[in-house]
Design a protein around this ligand. Structure first.
Ligand code: BG6
Length: 475
């Protein structure tokens, strides 16, 4: 395998995702020397730019987080010198032949592997795959010296059937081993840490089951609304936007059985097994809400329906609370909930694992039984792990209260930079490490849980309950 030459093609290069996430992450990897020596970056989209104009466009979002100081300007220049741009229509194989010519001119094209990053709306996935395929740009998965891989971003369809169609369109050009379905939450530091917390700490293994755990709540909130993204969001809603993917993935990592090894397929096998044990949701399991006008930090915010990019009578949920039931021996009887809301009081993502309390504890004789323990994994902001334990208040009396054992990352890992999720994930694509990417059967299992209830809500035009922007009323 030639590990020195790589061409990374970013489709949708003029869009927000490419500018704010993909190029800054590529730059961070470049600065740290993690990319192959001769890596070249090719932006592709419809807009017309010269190479120089394109470089200017992406520069604003590049930061030297890992290599501040004098080397910053030099690193930036070296990186930008390797960035090129090609415009063209996504449905034109000629446009991709032009891209090939550019690649031939700027890189060692006969030796370089090819990574196609789809930073484009899903409606274009099939079209682009066909054009890339027709223009002969796709090399086989992992043969000879070179490889071709493709990275796609959610949403992967709107339900099981549309997701299957998308898979089919892509599979006309790429085999499953070449497809990397990104769920950027899987690249987040604390989400990657779930497996370490669970399986590297022997103390948790015997406790991780219904006998000791009373409930698990996954809570996600953003103190912003759709902010101009209503065109996309109104068609998808909060369940498709973050629950069926990001938060269900977190739940799978919290609840799955220990994999046979750290091999990608062993981990994904366990996730699929877990997802298949979750009961298909019914309307009784789901509450939906939508934010009305409100005030946050003194700022007036308009109602979701008043956003100019949203339909006036939209029924799209911006909040949901979903109750999931896992029908297996480990978890039978334990409620798992996922709550997710836009336009709530604070930005927060965390997992709360509540242990059983006991009413026959020897301390109950003091008048009150000790409260249950709780383990909290804070995904963001302020990453950390906290364990609420019962502790004796210092003093002559036998008085206890709940105290927090606090592993806050900003104290414990002051010296470490927490990488952006995209940095970890892009590097994994290059290293052919698939544990953090969604396999086809995993995607199918995730849609099977949610598809019937999503159809029910839409077909029956179920009205979401209103909550004022900036409140946690429905959490
Ligand atoms: C995206 C959703 O997948 O994740 C957005 O489409 C959401 O609606 C975003 O805001 C949240 O990501 P992060 O990394 O900012 O928590």
């Amino acid at each position: 395998m030639n590990n020195n030459d790589l061409n990374i093609v970013v489709l949708g290069a003029s869009g927000d995702l490419a500018r704010k996430k993909i190029f800054p992450s590529l730059f961070s990897l470049f600065c740290q020397g993690f990319l192959p020596k001769n890596s070249k970056f090719f932006g592709f989209s419809r807009s017309k730019y010269s190479h120089e104009e394109f470089r200017e466009k992406i520069t604003a979002d590049l930061t030297c987080r890992y290599t501040p100081g004098e080397s910053c300007a030099e690193n930036m220049q070296n990186f930008l010198d390797c960035c090129f741009y090609q415009n063209g229509n996504y449905d034109s194989s000629d446009a991709f032949l032009n891209l090939y010519e550019l690649m031939s001119e700027k890189s060692n094209v006969s030796k370089a592997s090819r990574l196609f990053y789809y930073a484009i709306p899903p409606s274009l996935f099939g079209v682009v795959a066909k054009s890339i395929g027709d223009s002969g740009l796709v090399l086989c998965g992992s043969c000879g010296e070179q490889w071709s891989r493709t990275v796609i971003e959610k949403p992967f369809g709107r339900d099981r059937a549309s997701s299957d169609r998308l898979t089919e369109e892509l599979s006309a050009v790429f085999i499953e081993e070449q497809i990397y379905r990104i769920d950027h939450y899987l690249g987040k530091e604390m989400v990657q840490n779930i497996q370490v917390t669970r399986f590297a700490n022997e103390i948790f293994k015997p406790l991780w089951r219904a006998q000791h755990i009373a409930r698990v709540d996954i809570v996600w909130g953003e103190d912003i609304g759709v902010e101009g993204r209503g065109g996309y969001f109104d068609d998808y809603g909060i369940i498709r936007d973050v629950v069926q993917n990001h938060l269900l993935q977190i739940l799978a990592l919290v609840a799955m059985d220990e994999p046979a090894s750290l091999a990608a397929n062993h981990i994904r096998d366990q996730k699929v097994k877990l997802l298949r044990s979750i009961k298909v949701l019914t309307p009784e399991d789901v509450v939906i809400g939508q934010y009305s006008a409100g005030v946050l930090n003194g700022r007036k915010v308009e109602a979701y329906r008043d956003d100019p990019t949203v339909a006036d009578d939209s029924l799209t949920p911006t909040f949901t609370k979903v109750q999931l039931t896992i029908d297996n021996d480990r978890w039978r009887g334990v409620p798992f909930t996922i709550s997710a809301g836009k336009g709530v009081a604070e930005k927060l993502s965390e997992i709360r694992i509540k242990f059983h309390a006991s009413d026959s504890n020897i301390f109950c004789s003091t008048g009150a039984c000790p409260p249950p323990n709780e383990l909290i994994i804070r995904i963001q902001p302020n990453e950390g792990i906290h364990l609420n334990i019962v502790n004796k208040k210092p003093g002559v009396k036998m008085d206890f209260h709940t105290e927090k054992l606090d592993l806050s990352y900003n104290k414990a890992y002051k010296e470490n930079i927490i990488p952006d999720a995209y940095e970890s994930l892009i590097l994994d694509v290059i290293r052919e490490e698939k544990a953090l990417f969604i396999r086809k059967d995993e995607l199918e299992a995730a849609w099977d849980i949610f598809t019937p209830v999503l159809h029910y809500l839409e077909e029956n035009k179920v009205e979401p309950k209103m909550y004022p922007f900036g409140t946690n009323g429905m959490m």
